[in-house]
Design a protein around this ligand. Structure first.
Ligand code: FES
Length: 650
């Protein structure tokens, strides 16, 4: 008679195994993804499976209820102590008796899928750099003297195939105590990426049943945003952001570069400030999640080139002038202690590669998240911050450039502009007939003409207008005929609205009349000018890349960044910020750079992938392209002079 047939779902992998083979052994031999931390000792319960019965698609294998042998004492003990969910068996203990179909539930897979919110982008496959391994180590023997570390190495090699273990010196003083405390059983946290040497990061006595964590950080010039993730489940367990403390040295990147140039020790000061800010953010995250900070063992960072240099303690001087040479553009694998961060001394840090002197590791993270390099369609990805980082391409070719939009899109250089914070006008509509506006402010769900609006904004007030608000206001003003194509606001007579008032030699439009406690908010002609410059720079950058690919049309547009998450595609298009494209093909990716950082944290395979992709991205330098100037001039009109514009005509 033949050996029993074993079929694993959902993989469909199958094979015949002698009666009495443990399920875990069968899974390993077939390459089925079944987790195990304790190496089959029946103590970690990571190997849980569900023997399932009935028809297996296509082959109709006959299976019986007792196809796996009865509970053995190890499983029983586990069940009594900790409780196994109904129908679950420990894969390392259950032995094959007859033909069987065995389901490996998602949580028992090593390479679990971490589901992301948006369906159109790929899920994250869990393959973290740090994993836990439980081993039993031989006790020392006078007749065969060897070190405790050497016996630990032998155990890890024998049970887990870990070769050439590297150990940080700071772990040695605690090694002997931990081994004895665990009665010669320990759990090791080991860091390994690809074929690199495995590093021991931490050691716990016995079976460590806690979790290990990683932090993914998007270091922006304005805010630092971090996600704390469980490295064993891929879950985000806490997210938090803080203002980049470097703001006190200058709002935008160039003012920080000049601060470093003008002040002796200025770069170091800023390095110190950002590291301190990050340290308190990490403390806050650990506290919020209620975890031990020392269990954070891996981290990933993405940022623009100036932030990159300042974080690493490199003077950004060269980035302030042509040819914008980076000290290094490669991905960096470091320890967080190299970066002045107060995490466990073994904690690792990975910094994504930079694409070019103006297109940083944050753009590489956006590439990882939005995967234009895997797209069949020609996709334009725009990450708008103080600079716009623009990528255009598909699976055949990918181009990237940065365009100097300046901070107008973030509410700077705007008369009533402010950062996106409670009290800021963020949405605007203007009636094309009456020219009367209605708006919403951050912190309230009500429109200004709805009942209860005044009460809803009682605490925040109306303090100004943020980036998305100014875009919408100007686009709505254009559609209502308050502003002409050149960007000039009409007079009260021309427009037919008393909301248009003289403002120096030009006109302004009153968005909010103001109250005793909140000032009047107007959109002025210089405001429109600032947005025109910014959007022309953005458009010209995109157009330049389109020229390089010899195309007039993109299939899709992805707006990334916090700004992209708030701006309405319709208004962006009315202003001519982005090339003409069907509205339903314009999507917002949210904080794609942060998502990219999280992908690199949870799946180390993607680190090698993005390093290779960045090498093949074609970098375009807008500053030396004569066509950029040409496009810029054409693009300053609303929407712009060169392109037909469908939305406005409708
Ligand atoms: Fe740890 Fe089965 S592998 S309990």
């Amino acid at each position: 008679t033949k050996d029993p047939l074993v079929i694993f779902t959902p993989s469909g992998k199958r094979g015949r195994f002698p009666v009495g083979t443990p399920v875990l052994t069968a899974a390993r031999q077939l390459g089925v993804d079944l987790d195990s931390v304790c190496g089959g000792r029946g103590i970690c319960s990571k190997c849980q499976v569900t023997p399932s019965y009935g028809e297996f698609p296509k082959h109709g294998v006959h299976v019986e209820a007792d196809a796996l042998s009865d509970w053995n004492s190890v499983e029983e003990r586990y069940d009594q102590k900790r409780g196994l969910p109904k129908g679950r068996r420990l894969g390392c203990q259950a032995l094959i008796q007859r033909d069987v179909v065995i389901d490996v539930p998602a949580e028992s897979q090593v390479h679990k899928q971490v589901v992301r919110k948006r369906a159109e982008v790929r899920d994250i496959v869990l393959n973290p750099a740090v994993k836990l391994f439980y081993v039993e180590v031989t006790e020392p023997d006078m007749h065969d003297p060897s070190g405790d570390l050497e016996r630990l190495e032998i155990a890890l090699k024998k049970e887990w195939g870990i070769n050439g273990l590297q150990v940080d010196i700071h772990l040695l003083p605690e090694l002997q105590g931990t081994l004895r405390k665990g009665n010669w059983a320990v759990t090791a946290a080991i860091h390994q990426v690809g074929d690199s040497a495995p590093h021991l990061l931490r050691l716990w006595p016995g079976l460590y049943e806690g979790s290990i964590f990683g932090i993914a950080t998007d270091l922006g010039s304005t805010t630092i945003a971090s996600h704390l993730c469980d490295l064993q489940t891929g879950e985000v367990i806490a997210s938090s952001g803080t203002m980049n403390p470097q703001i006190r040295y200058g709002e935008d990147l160039m003012s920080r570069v000049s601060y470093a140039m003008m002040n002796e020790g200025g770069a170091q000061e800023m390095t110190h400030a950002v590291r301190e800010g990050m340290n308190s953010l990490f403390d806050e995250l650990a506290q919020e999640a209620g975890i031990d900070k020392a269990a954070i063992l891996d981290s990933v960072f993405v940022m623009n080139p100036v932030m990159h240099h300042l974080f690493l303690g490199i003077d950004p001087y060269e980035l302030g002038q042509a040819p914008f040479a980076l000290a290094t553009s490669s991905a960096l694998a470091l320890r967080t202690s190299d970066l002045g961060l107060n995490l466990h001394p073994s904690t690792r840090a990975y910094i994504l590669p930079c694409i070019a002197g103006h297109v940083g590791a944050d753009a590489a993270a956006v590439t990882l998240s939005e995967a234009p390099d895997k797209s069949e369609d020609l996709v334009l990805v725009v990450d708008v911050g103080t600079n716009a980082e623009i990528q255009l391409g598909n699976r055949d070719r990918l181009l990237a450039c940065s365009s100097p939009t300046g901070p107008a899109f973030e509410g700077a250089q705007i008369s009533a502009g402010q950062r996106a914070a409670p009290g800021a006008i963020e949405r605007v509509e203007i009636d094309p007939e009456t020219k009367e506006p209605r708006f919403r402010v951050i912190g309230s769900d009500l429109w200004s003409d709805e009942d209860g609006f005044e009460a809803a904004i009682a605490t925040t007030g109306i303090t100004g207008i943020c980036g998305s608000g100014i875009i919408e206001a100007i686009a709505e003003m254009r559609m209502a005929g308050i502003v002409d194509a050149s960007g000039l606001i009409g007079s009260a007579e021309q427009v037919g609205s008393t909301r248009c008032i003289p403002d120096g030699r030009t006109q302004a439009y009153i968005l909010w009349e103001g109250r005793d406690d909140s000032p009047q908010i107007t959109v002025t002609n210089p405001d429109i000018r600032a947005i025109q410059m910014a959007k022309a720079a953005l458009y010209a950058g995109a157009r330049l890349l389109m020229d390089k690919l010899d195309t007039d049309q993109v299939d899709r547009v992805v707006l990334a960044g916090a700004f992209g998450a708030h701006i309405s595609p319709k208004h962006a298009m009315v202003l001519g910020m982005i090339p003409d494209c069907p509205l339903e093909k314009v999507t917002s990716a949210g904080n794609a750079a942060g998502t990219g950082a999280r992908i690199a944290l949870l799946n180390t395979t993607t680190r090698a992938e993005i390093e290779a992709t960045v090498k093949r991205i074609e970098k375009v330098e807008t500053a030396i392209e004569p066509r950029f100037q040409e496009h810029f001039v054409n693009a300053s009109a609303l929407p712009n002079a060169a392109e037909p514009f469908t939305l406005l005509r409708e």
